[in-house]
Write a protein that binds this ligand. Structure first.
Ligand code: ATP
Ligand code: MG
Length: 382
């Protein structure tokens, strides 16, 4: 899967911009505030018509414009697609594939998949469990729609149960339905744990290999899944997981009433990481935890490939500057297979780098370097 070319008009700081890309590594470099992340955002938008940082389409449209357009030539599942997104200040967006208007953004996600890594993700290992759960949820949702359904259902039940536990003293009648909620949560929760456990098992294998290579064989990264304590084996059948959650609920029933909050269930899960046998969160250096976070994302990308048969497009925003020379070289030279976009402030150095280089300044390609060629504008949807 790859983006061969893109045209942007009225998207962020881009006006009448077009560029073509290599099927391998593309480095987008330039000074601060020139449009590197904006370009990555536009590529990310091709998958599911969502931005990782904008709250709505209006943010994406050029300040002085009423309409923003992203047009891209994409190759996926052995076919070529022309994708187009038209964003409007005053009305609903329009999405097209090969000039045919789409009903839902989900149809785009079926063509392009991306794995994005941005500077905030560098702290994934050191940050709170909620960020790591969000990482797991995002990845598994893309691979397994059934997981998304179970998670949504679980979260709705959790919200209700939280309200019951908060208000039961004022309104003791609420306690009559508490048991029904526990039962339904244990059922949805067992599915959530089932999918997380299987995903983490596969992720752990891949991430371990990647970290070893990243660190020149010096770092052994291991992942483990911390879930409801009465569950001995998260890979057990869902009926066993269900029983484990029910037992934990019983043990904590009094505690939950006293604490007035929900103490039992996979909403407290965590993904634990160890480097060379020590908790990465507590003991690892900045560089080690950044590398480990990157290893998790690269592992996610490999799982996608194994699952769908295609490499998703990897978007790495501004991660190189935080790594030492050897780790930088690993990112630039060793991520093989699939298309990769990497932004940074400097052009890559060294003979070994053979990818495409795009120098961006004020929303324009700087010509005359070994840079992505201007591509001929392709015919947009009417
Ligand atoms: P850095 O190296 O600091 O991360 P960058 O090259 O990634 O910089 P971008 O985040 O891509 O920079 O932003 C480039 C510029 O785009 C910013 O100066 C910002 O003000 C501008 N910009 C953001 N949104 C819009 C918009 N809707 N319309 C016009 N310009 C915008
Ligand atoms: Mg940026």
């Amino acid at each position: 899967m790859r983006v061969d070319a893109i045209s942007l008009d009225g998207f962020r700081n881009y006006e009448g911009f077009s560029a073509s890309f290599s099927p391998g590594v593309n480095v987008i470099y330039g000074e601060n505030a020139q449009g590197k992340t904006n370009l990555l955002e536009a590529i990310g938008f091709l998958s599911g018509a969502r931005s990782h940082r904008a709250r709505g389409d209006k943010e994406l449209i050029g300040f002085s414009r009423d309409k923003g357009t992203i047009t891209a030539q994409v190759h996926s599942r052995d076919r070529d697609f022309l994708l187009e997104a038209q964003l409007f200040r005053g009305s609903r967006r329009k999405l097209f594939v090969n000039h045919v208007k789409l009903k839902t953004a989900g149809e785009l996600a079926g063509i392009v998949q991306t794995v994005l890594f941005c500077p905030e993700d560098l702290s994934l290992i050191k940050s709170g469990a909620a960020e790591r759960r969000a990482f797991l949820d995002h990845a598994i949702c893309q691979l397994r729609p059934r997981y998304g359904e179970a998670l949504t259902q679980y979260n709705k039940l959790l919200e209700h149960k939280t309200r019951i536990l908060r208000d039961w003293e004022k309104n003791p009648g609420l306690l009559q339905v508490l048991e029904d909620f526990n039962e339904a949560m244990a059922r949805a929760g067992a599915l959530v744990i089932h999918y997380r456990a299987h995903f983490i098992r596969k992720l752990a294998e891949k991430a371990g290999e990647i970290q070893r290579e990243f660190s020149g064989g010096r770092e052994d990264l291991s992942l483990s899944y911390a879930t409801v304590s009465t569950i001995q084996d998260p890979l057990a059948p869902t009926t066993t997981l269900y029983e484990g959650i029910r037992l934990h609920q019983e043990n904590h029933a009094q505690g939950e009433l006293a604490a007035r909050s929900c103490l039992s269930g996979p909403h407290k899960d965590d993904l634990l990481t160890e480097i060379n046998g020590q908790s990465a969160r507590q003991f690892a250096s900045q560089g080690q935890t950044r590398t480990a976070a990157l290893s998790l994302k690269l592992a996610e990308r490999e799982l996608f490939r194994d699952d769908t048969g295609q490499w998703p497009i990897l978007l790495l925003d501004d991660v190189l500057s935080e790594l030492d020379a050897r780790r930088q070289a690993f990112v630039l030279e060793r991520i093989t297979g699939g298309q990769v976009f990497i932004t940074g402030c400097d052009a890559p150095e060294g003979e070994a780098f053979s990818g495409n280089v795009l120098h961006i300044s004020q929303g324009k390609l700087v010509a005359g370097e070994r840079s992505g060629q201007e591509c001929p504008g392709f015919e947009a949807a009417p």
